[in-house]
Design a protein around this ligand. Structure first.
Ligand code: BGC
Length: 405
């Protein structure tokens, strides 16, 4: 069922694993005391990447998704750090050494401080600044990379940073959120074109450019199935899942799917929910089990997402899917059941080209700090020792049997 060239692997992002990303807006945000946690040395992946990729190889992976830290490439405006660029060339060389296909994200939530101080994604020049960096880094790495992801979860970035103010820059404004979403749309489109331009100029073979888009399966609250709750589900789906995608659909070679969870939605006024409804997973307690960050496991939802995307006639890569559980057996069941849904979707004729688990390593989980453990590999944050979990080996067995002739 899974072809030989199906991409199997895991994902990480720079700020969550590298450590010491001192030139970005998250670092500043953490230092200002806006969070209870500091990312600090994270997992020291910046030094230990080769050991980590060796583990991925042992798990039968043939691909790996990571992100470039823009603030390491351009720590000051229009001034590039050749050491930063060299580092990522080494990262990519190490991936190739272990026969792991690099899937490179150009932006995974963090921004250089100079960019943030100049207004960040609210500044109308933001897409152009982004593309200037894209040009620099893609020119430097493109000969060794086929798969690019321009942005990670643009709606999550806009939502957390500009609507609810939980992430930098801590804004709470619908108008600003809207501006940011449109600047991100433009950034994606410009980056898509720029990557093609660079590949053509250098006579490199054709790249595959996508974005990692987040999808949540919204369901009407069974305890409050009012018309308003239905409207909430409809609006959330249109805005959160489809709005961005519709605007970039002709600028994609494939769709990256980040899928984690189902969200029950109700418009119960008592809970303060408005037209868009609110998430009532916890409030009503109608889900038996929630993971360490309060998400339930709903594998069928991944199949539903893949069905929605069929109409775009584009290959689909699962760029993130994962959970954080104290009980590793539950992690394995999560993985097994979601891959099962991928397989079912493929039987329905949907073209899925890869499955990347989030995450290879335990890591800095944004405003949750180091508590939730998403890794196939456990990290001891005192010694930085890596210990693979059983789920990593069990996934490895699944991959091996999927690849059998
Ligand atoms: C993000 C990751 C994050 C993961 C788990 C995704 O939304 O891309 O950075 O760690 O979810 O919360």
């Amino acid at each position: 069922m899974f072809l030989k060239n199906f991409l199997w692997g895991a994902a990480t992002s720079s700020h969550q694993v590298e450590g010491n990303n001192i030139h970005n807006d998250w670092w500043a945000w953490e230092k200002e005391g806006r969070l209870k946690y500091l990312s600090g040395e994270a997992t020291r992946h910046y030094e230990l990447f080769d050991d980590d990729f060796q583990l991925a190889k042992q798990f039968n992976h043939n691909a790996h998704r990571f992100s470039i830290e823009w603030s390491r490439i351009e720590p000051k405006e229009n001034s590039y750090d050749e050491n930063g660029i060299h580092h990522y060339r080494q990262v990519i060389a190490s991936l190739h050494k272990y026969a792991l296909k690099p899937i490179v994200t150009l932006h995974h939530f963090t921004n250089p401080r100079w960019f943030a101080e100049a207004g960040g994604w609210l500044n109308p020049r933001a897409p152009f600044w982004f593309v200037r960096y894209v040009e620099k880094i893609v020119t430097a790495l493109g000969d060794k990379v086929e798969f690019w992801l321009t942005l990670n979860e643009p709606m999550v970035l806009a939502y957390h940073g500009y609507l609810v103010g939980l992430w930098p820059p801590g804004e709470r404004s619908v108008k600003k959120t809207w501006t940011v979403v449109h600047n991100l749309v433009q950034a994606h489109r410009l980056a898509f074109r720029k990557i093609y331009e660079i590949y053509q100029k250098n006579h490199w073979s054709r790249p595959q450019v996508g974005l990692a888009k987040e999808f949540v399966v919204f369901k009407v609250c069974p305890l409050y199935p009012t018309l308003g709750s239905h409207l909430g589900v409809f609006l959330r789906h249109r805005l959160f899942n489809l709005y961005f995608l519709e605007r970039v659909r002709f600028f994609l070679d494939f769709i990256g799917v980040n899928y984690y969870q189902r969200e029950f939605t109700s418009n119960q006024k008592l809970l303060g929910y408005g037209r868009l409804g609110g998430r009532c997973n916890k409030v009503h307690g109608h889900i038996e089990h929630l993971n360490a960050v309060g998400w339930d496991s709903y594998p069928l939802g991944l199949g539903e997402v893949l069905d929605w995307l069929k109409k775009y006639h584009l290959p689909i890569m699962i760029t993130e899917n994962g959970t954080c559980e104290d009980d590793d057996q539950l992690c394995f069941e999560f993985i097994r059941d979601h891959i099962g849904e991928v397989q079912n979707a493929m039987k329905r004729g949907i073209n899925v080209i890869g499955y990347l688990y989030w995450s290879l390593l335990d890591n800095f989980e944004w405003h949750h700090g180091f508590g939730p453990r998403f890794g196939l590999v456990a990290v001891d944050y005192k010694t930085f020792k890596r210990t693979p979990r059983q789920s990593a080996y069990r996934l490895a067995e699944m991959i091996a049997s999927a690849l059998e002739p």
